[in-house]
Design a protein around this ligand. Structure first.
Ligand SMILES: [Fe+2]
Length: 296
């Protein structure tokens, strides 16, 4: 594999995927092949929004797997502030340890949504809820496996793609080749910027394994989450076959104008901008999520 990257791309981590049918999210446990160390990418906390009920079946499944395999969690990676599911990172951290990491531009996202949800001054907008804020190109390790984070804005300002050996976690940049790309119309999103970020992912070696954050099973096919850079370059319906930035931006903006808001965007943002913690309880010990009326 090419060597113009800060880590050894020939290391082959074991990747275990967990699909959450309620939010179409795929979470991952990524194990260093040379030790028991692992990272957990984009975990899910369950919510019945209509009932205001939070549960942890999805996270418990991951916790059970990690325990059963005897793994040691070193990182809980959030590829970005998700708008369609709630992160279970702090719940898993309590059970298994590990550091919660996200892109440094989380501060921009916190600034934006701190205003939208009219959070008081007790809501810190400096990313301090997270254990590590990754900068573009930052390296870190999972056991003896070296990894790096690429800043890939466009879907949101804080998006990062994580490269762990020969496995790359795309977050919401790319979907499977027949799924295309993520929307770019959230606050701070930009279709042209997303195109440029996707090119950074497609510049990885052709045989790099890519793992999606979401799959919606387009055209009735079974849910899938793994592909390669080579397959995306050739076949991705939004960016494959050398589609130009102009074509992509025009298509993406027209498509985004027709998309409804994700069902869980309001609870997701309030929780995920706090690294997966619920808002602080009131003086009676009760916890609430807000709905900003005409605020999004
Ligand atoms: Fe997302």
């Amino acid at each position: 594999m090419a060597s113009n990257y800060p880590v050894d791309l020939s290391v082959k981590p074991e990747v275990k995927a967990f699909f959450d049918p309620a939010t179409w999210t795929i979470s991952y446990v990524v194990k260093d092949p040379a030790s028991d160390a692992c990272a957990i990418v984009d975990s899910v906390m369950d919510i019945d929004y209509a009932a205001g009920r939070i549960t942890y079946e999805s996270a418990d499944e991951i916790i059970a797997y990690v325990k059963e395999q005897g793994l040691k969690v070193e990182w809980l990676i959030e590829t970005h502030v998700h708008a369609d599911h709630l992160s279970a990172a702090p719940y898993i951290q309590d059970a298994l340890g590990g550091k919660i990491g996200i892109g440094e531009h989380i501060v921009t996202v916190q600034e934006t949504f701190g205003k939208v949800f009219n959070e008081g001054t007790e809501f810190q907008r400096d990313g301090s809820q997270f254990d590590r804020l990754f900068k573009d190109g930052d390296t870190y390790s999972v056991g003896s496996m070296h990894c790096f984070a690429m800043h890939t804005p466009g879907h949101t300002p804080a998006c990062m793609v994580h490269v762990m050996g020969d496995a790359t976690f795309t977050g919401d940049t790319l979907f499977m080749p027949d799924g295309g790309s993520a929307r770019a119309d959230f606050p701070g999103g930009d279709a042209g910027v997303l195109y440029d970020s996707i090119q950074k992912v497609l510049a990885l070696p052709d045989d790099m394994r890519l793992f999606m954050c979401h799959d919606y099973g387009p055209n009735g096919r079974d849910i899938a989450w793994e592909t390669t850079v080579g397959a995306e370059k050739q076949h991705n319906i939004h960016v494959g076959g050398g589609k130009s930035k102009e074509e992509f931006v025009k298509f993406r903006e027209e498509r985004d104008a027709q998309l409804a808001m994700p069902r869980l965007i309001i609870p997701s943002l309030q929780v995920n901008m706090r690294a997966g913690e619920l808002p602080p309880a009131d003086q009676d010990g009760k916890t609430f999520l807000k709905v900003p009326v005409n605020g999004l």
